[in-house]
Design a protein around this ligand. Structure first.
Ligand code: SAM
Length: 246
């Protein structure tokens, strides 16, 4: 946790007439545990804090005990810019889903569609990790890791064909459209400066029919070389190749 993410509800005196009182945040729960056990912060220490979907700054520890920490918060800089990317990701298995969402969030993805594909096991859609609160938690972990505050928008689409035929054209309009597919002829481009829509397949890969449907929607198949990577590895490789330094 490289950033303590705050939410409006943490500011107990948000309605206070006193400007100082309005800056005081109470941190409890998982964040408190982390501050006490990892940062080992004491009164007077300064922690990096950010407001969810807002600015980043500092929080001075005013008071601490086992039930909570009071921070005097000042926010003054914007979070890092988002990647110019919409990610279309075939739903990974639950364990990998958690890590992949965290990685995608930490890497600056702000718009992510989790979609069905022939090789996505039906049982994956029943996973409790797909609950809104669970997905949000993984996004928070990614934001805290990367010192970012902008919550990604996640969408679930359980049917491949209607998504690709009816929705994807508008989602991907005016963007560079790429589908990561091993064994294809074209290498993934490097350092592009363009809004991009990137599709990444499931563990077993997209089937030929799905690649054809994506190509009909204007997507070009690209590869990352001869090695076939796990989704959670392929994603950071793709993003750092497309957008190095972002
Ligand atoms: N046997 C599958 C295949 O050949 O398509 C492997 C799928 S791979 C484990 C999962 C996804 O990661 C792929 O569908 C693709 O989107 C991406 N991926 C992994 N390695 C890749 C590579 N070398 N080139 C392009 N995409 C890759």
């Amino acid at each position: 946790m490289n950033l303590i993410l705050l939410e409006p509800g943490d500011f107990q005196s948000a309605d206070s007439a006193s400007p100082r009182a309005a800056r005081l945040a109470q941190v409890r729960g998982r964040r408190l545990q982390h501050i006490l056990e990892v940062h080992r912060a004491d009164v007077g220490d300064v922690l990096k804090v950010g407001m969810l979907d807002g600015e980043i700054g500092e929080g001075v520890v005013l008071q601490r005990d086992e039930s909570g920490i009071t921070l005097d918060v000042s926010l003054h800089r914007a979070p890092p810019p988002p990647l110019p990317l919409t990610l279309i990701l075939a739903l990974p298995r639950p364990k990998m889903l958690k890590r992949t969402i965290q990685h995608a969030t930490a890497l600056g993805v702000k718009k992510l569609y989790l979609i069905n594909s022939y090789r996505v096991e039906k049982s994956y859609w029943q996973s409790p990790w797909l609950a809104v609160e669970q997905l949000r938690e993984q996004c928070l972990l990614g934001l805290e890791q990367a010192v970012d505050t902008a919550m990604p928008q996640l969408e679930l689409r359980k049917r491949f064909k209607p998504f690709v035929e009816d929705e994807l054209p508008a989602i991907a309009a005016d963007s560079l459209k790429l589908v990561a597919h091993p064994g294809t002829d074209t290498p993934c481009p490097v350092d592009i400066d363009q809004q991009t829509t990137l599709a990444v397949g499931p563990e077993g890969g997209f089937i030929p029919y799905e690649v054809e449907k994506l190509q009909e929607a204007g997507f070009q198949s690209v590869h990352l070389g001869p090695r076939i990577l796990r989704v959670e590895t392929a994603l950071p490789v793709l993003l750092s190749r497309l957008f190095p330094g972002r």
